[in-house]
Design a protein around this ligand. Structure first.
Ligand code: CP
Length: 309
């Protein structure tokens, strides 16, 4: 296994060089082979203690981090804000410092506030992995997405990737844009104009409002969830109307003159952004993304653990 990465935290994809991303993906490929063996566990992180600190709900990210940590033989503790002393008014920094007082080496954190892991990185000495900060970044999701595209199509360089839907509220969108561009893909965003950030073109992405044109252009469509919980105002008249204009169904894919790959970070709003006949079709690699999440998170943990202080 390579272990040359010099990186104390994983806060976002923005800070990563293409070479570092490549190193993480190559390391993940090795771990994917390991976790498909009858004996899936390796001793790499024995005596390293990791806390998964989640201030927002999660299924895939929390469970795959926990599984990745256990496959690497780390000691693991899990914290959810609901049911914790956060409810009694304890601050983020006090909460994390109390967890670290129990001799924890690494923090995996999801938080609803943009920049929460960056703030922590300035105040604590443990390694921090951003498991999603508000509408900002979700770096391990982008890494597993890149890994999944590379696995499916052989390479990312030169591929056309469209990110569809609620770009405005999505941390997956920003991390995907950074990751795919750094790896040489062309990136487009497609959605209702109200769900596209005003200055999105400054990131070097193409913008397309017509989903049919976007699907005809792309090799891969990464379809995002409409994040109603982050929408304080109405961005479109109704979910029915959103589905009418931006929902992807099998008939739309069949009308293309090529095969495309469909991705979704989950959780899916079935029947809204994706119909079930697409989500469950041979076009979709949604469960491959979830499977790859364990190997990618093992790679990130392993590479950062080389920097445990
Ligand atoms: N993709 C993703 O972050 O899913 P969870 O919210 O379930 O972790």
């Amino acid at each position: 296994m390579p272990n040359s990465i010099i990186m104390k935290h994983l806060l976002g994809i923005k800070e990563l060089s293409p070479a570092k991303i490549g190193e993480i993906l190559d390391t993940a490929a090795n771990f994917k082979e390991v976790i498909n063996r009858p004996i899936k566990k390796v001793p790499s992180l024995r005596d390293v203690t990791i806390a998964n600190v989640f201030f927002e709900n999660s299924t895939r990210t929390r469970l795959s981090f926990e599984l990745a940590e256990k496959r690497l033989s780390a000691d693991v503790i899990n914290f959810s804000a609901s049911g914790s002393s956060v409810k009694k008014g304890e601050t983020l920094l006090d909460t994390v410092n109390n967890i670290l007082a129990m001799k924890v080496d690494m923090i995996v954190m999801r938080h609803s506030s943009v920049g929460a892991p960056h703030f922590l990185a300035k105040h604590i000495s443990a390694n921090i992995i951003n498991a999603g900060d508000g509408t900002h970044e979700h770096p391990t999701q982008a890494l597993l997405d890149a890994f999944s595209v590379r696995e499916k199509l052989g390479e990312i360089e030169g591929k056309k990737i469209v990110i569809v839907g609620d770009i405005l509220h999505s941390r997956v969108a920003l991390s995907n844009i950074f990751a795919f561009q750094k790896l040489g893909a062309e990136v487009m965003v497609c959605g209702p104009i109200t769900l596209l950030p005003k200055h999105i073109r400054e990131l070097g992405v193409k913008v397309e409002l017509d989903i049919h044109k976007a699907l005809q252009w792309c090799d891969v469509a990464n379809v995002l969830r409409i994040q109603l919980e982050r929408q304080q105002i109405k961005y479109f008249p109704s979910l029915r109307e959103y589905t009418l204009y931006y929902g992807i169904n099998k008939a739309m894919l069949d009308s293309l003159d090529k095969e495309i790959v469909v991705m979704h970070p989950g959780p899916i709003n079935r029947g809204i952004e994706l119909s079930s006949d697409v989500a469950d079709s041979e076009h979709a690699i949604i469960l491959d993304q979830v499977e790859n999440g364990v190997a990618v998170r093992m790679a990130v943990l392993y590479l950062l653990a080389g920097q445990v202080s």
